[in-house]
Design a binder for this molecule. Structure first.
Ligand SMILES: [Zn+2]
Length: 100
């Protein structure tokens, strides 16, 4: 078929993303992990240890925001900042899941 003809007329194009098969991205799965509220100002994360773990890192949670682990993405925040995090939109209807 000449190129000029091939480029006209109906062409298949799936535009409804709900019909597209799409595995959950890791970033979406990690965002289903509820925020870990801690009483310390520095959290140690090793990803849970074992084969799924990662080197220990220290995460500072002084700021009133959720801080994801740079290795595994688990979200951490200081317990005293819970209300501020919900108020600033990172909360349950925002980027992160917050459990009562
Ligand atoms: Zn981690």
């Amino acid at each position: 078929m000449p190129r000029a003809q091939a480029m006209v007329g109906p062409r298949f194009e799936q535009t409804d993303l709900k019909l597209q098969p799409r595995p959950l991205a890791a970033i979406e799965l990690i965002h289903e992990e509820p925020v870990r509220f801690v009483k310390e100002h520095v959290v140690v994360c090793d990803g849970g240890g074992g084969p799924l773990g990662h080197p220990k890192i220290f995460i500072n949670v002084d700021k009133p925001e959720v801080v994801p682990c740079g290795y595994c993405g688990l979200p951490f925040a200081h317990i005293h900042n819970k209300a501020a995090i919900v108020a600033n939109g990172q909360g349950s209807h925002g980027q992160y899941v917050i459990q009562d």
